[in-house]
Design a protein around this ligand. Structure first.
Ligand code: BES
Ligand code: MN
Ligand code: ZN
Length: 502
């Protein structure tokens, strides 16, 4: 957590790193002009030397500025001020965090007098702090030999000259950041630490103090419910399966129709008997990313006391090869009663999700259901790590997700899906059971989605979000280091704020 505080005016006696803003063409904000005066013109000189013109997203660092207590001044480019928005400032906050994380305990960003700014200074300041906090996350739990200069130091950001409204907005965004951080933590932890039972314990500890009601089903409960599909995946592991349901109701109405979120929580995916190749298999600790996103969303929504009823349900299993593991050719009966011929034990995510979807619809009667899953390698082939793929039965729900994603830069791209009985749906018909769990390599993400659609009840608006690529990225971005991205938390926080809050 990064602390955020406010001050009317930047304090010249502080040694904290100073951030000031520069518009396109080198237009200095009032805060930047004050620094320019204090340093006897160092900014202009440095900008010229570095060819820095205030382009959006660029940050110029000036070390040991003369006439100042601070060790460094960072000039943050906002580009055309009339086009700068919340994301412009988020990305700059992230950029600043990446630059000074191991160098400075505190950043003071001066928002006074930014000319022609399209967005309110409250929004600019709160989102700058948000971006800084998001990018400042890292996990050092297992590094025992960090040298002093490698250790993270950045712990607080002071927003100077921001109007009072920035405070409430910033507080809300800090709750969202806590959700993102929780998702990153769950996704980053290795599979010997996070497995179904420990996932449940860690999530309970995070959400129960926020007023989230937690229900846990163990393998006996699941067997009684007929969750043969989920349990078939789990049977090759010594780690017993769990289902966790988290319920947040901020409406005051116990009967409010909930928004349902379902997450794939395969805490490690070896492929099972259809074993994956060795190289890169370590990445499969991320295969609980859907469940991680759902848990983080609950932390964010409950943390900020969203006026909505939202239930999050995660199916937690480990997919291992073993003497008791399921075989290709096995036929399982899912909770819905539909039977599945398992042709590839590595297509396990859909076998976990289907029972979770059936249970969620029976238990909570949602009208809208979203599922998050690191479901297919094929979605990384189509969209790389840049977008998550969205499949669903509702144009309206898609439009809402698209808009929310653009607003917070958790990007989604729609993919095709057939009606039941349509071309893509026929591809998973089985000759011996109701359906098979794989079709072939062609359209691999689509046939996975068709499989899930067979478990969506009549009248339920549903979207499946394949986050196999988005859950982690091989390169750092403005708001995350390489590795876990926390994808999904800000997306759904925004969706809920836009459409599900009373
Ligand atoms: N967890 C994987 C999908 C995945 C692959 C996520 C790479 C992240 C990175 C999923 O369980 C899986 O193995 N899917 C198979 C399906 C195939 C057997 C039809 C795949 O994508 O290869
Ligand atoms: Mn798999
Ligand atoms: Zn998987």
């Amino acid at each position: 957590m990064t602390s955020v505080s406010f001050t009317a005016q930047r304090d010249g006696t502080s040694s904290a790193a100073v951030v000031v803003f520069v518009g396109e063409g080198g237009q200095l904000s009032a805060g930047a002009q004050a620094v320019e005066a204090a340093t006897g013109g160092q900014l202009g000189k440095a900008m010229k030397a570095a060819n820095f013109t205030g382009k959006k997203g660029k940050v110029l660092e000036i070390l040991a500025p003369s006439g100042m207590v601070a060790n460094r001044v960072l000039l943050a480019g906002i580009g055309d001020a009339t086009k700068a928005d919340a994301r412009t400032f988020e990305d700059l906050g992230g950029e600043v965090a990446a630059k000074v994380q191991t160098l400075e305990p505190e950043v003071v960003a001066d928002f006074s007098g930014i000319a022609d700014l399209a967005v309110g200074t409250d929004v600019a300041a709160a989102h700058f702090a948000h971006g800084l906090e998001l990018r400042n996350w890292r996990m050092d739990t297992y590094r025992t030999k960090l040298k002093d200069e490698q250790k993270p130091k950045l712990a607080s950001v002071v927003l100077a000259g921001a109007p009072p409204a920035a405070k409430a907005l910033s507080e809300r965004l800090q709750k969202v950041a806590a959700g993102v951080a929780f998702t990153k933590e769950l996704v980053t932890e290795p599979a010997n630490v996070i497995y179904p039972e420990s996932f449940v314990e860690r999530v309970k500890k995070a959400v129960e103090p926020l007023g989230v009601k937690v229900t846990v089903l163990d393998e006996k409960d699941l067997a009684k419910l007929g969750a043969g599909s989920l349990l078939g995946v789990a049977q090759g592991s010594v780690r017993p399966a769990r289902l966790i349901a988290m319920e947040w109701n901020g409406t005051g109405n116990p009967d409010a129709v909930p928004l349902a979120l379902v997450g794939k929580g395969v805490t490690f995916d070896t492929g099972g008997i259809s074993l994956k190749p060795g190289p890169g298999m370590e990445d499969m600790k991320w295969d609980m990313g859907g469940a991680g996103a759902v848990a983080g969303i609950m932390v964010a929504l409950a943390g900020r006391k969203a006026k909505a009823r939202v239930v999050g349900v995660c199916g937690l299993v480990e997919n291992m090869p073993d003497g008791n593991a399921q075989r290709p050719g096995d036929i399982v009966t899912s909770m819905s009663g539909q039977t599945v011929e398992i042709l590839n034990t590595d297509a396990e995510g859909r076998l976990v999700l289907n029972d979770c979807m059936t249970w969620t619809q029976r238990t909570y009667k949602p009208k809208v259901m979203l599922d998050f899953a690191t479901l297919t390698g094929a979605v990384i082939i189509s969209l790389a790590h840049h977008y998550a793929g969205v499949f669903g039965n509702s144009d309206a729900l898609w439009a809402k997700l698209d808009a929310a994603g653009k607003a917070v830069n958790d990007l989604v791209w729609r993919q095709p899906l057939s009606e039941p009985g349509g071309h893509y749906d026929q591809m998973i018909d089985s000759t011996i059971a109701d359906m098979k769990n794989v079709s072939g390599r062609e359209g691999g993400s689509i046939t996975a989605a068709q499989f899930l659609q067979r478990y969506v009840d009549e009248g339920v608006e549903w979207a499946h979000i394949d986050i196999a690529g988005a859950v982690w990225r091989p390169k750092a971005g403005p708001l995350h280091d390489k590795g876990a991205t926390g994808f999904g938390v800000r997306l759904i926080d925004q969706l809920v704020a836009d459409h599900f809050e009373s």
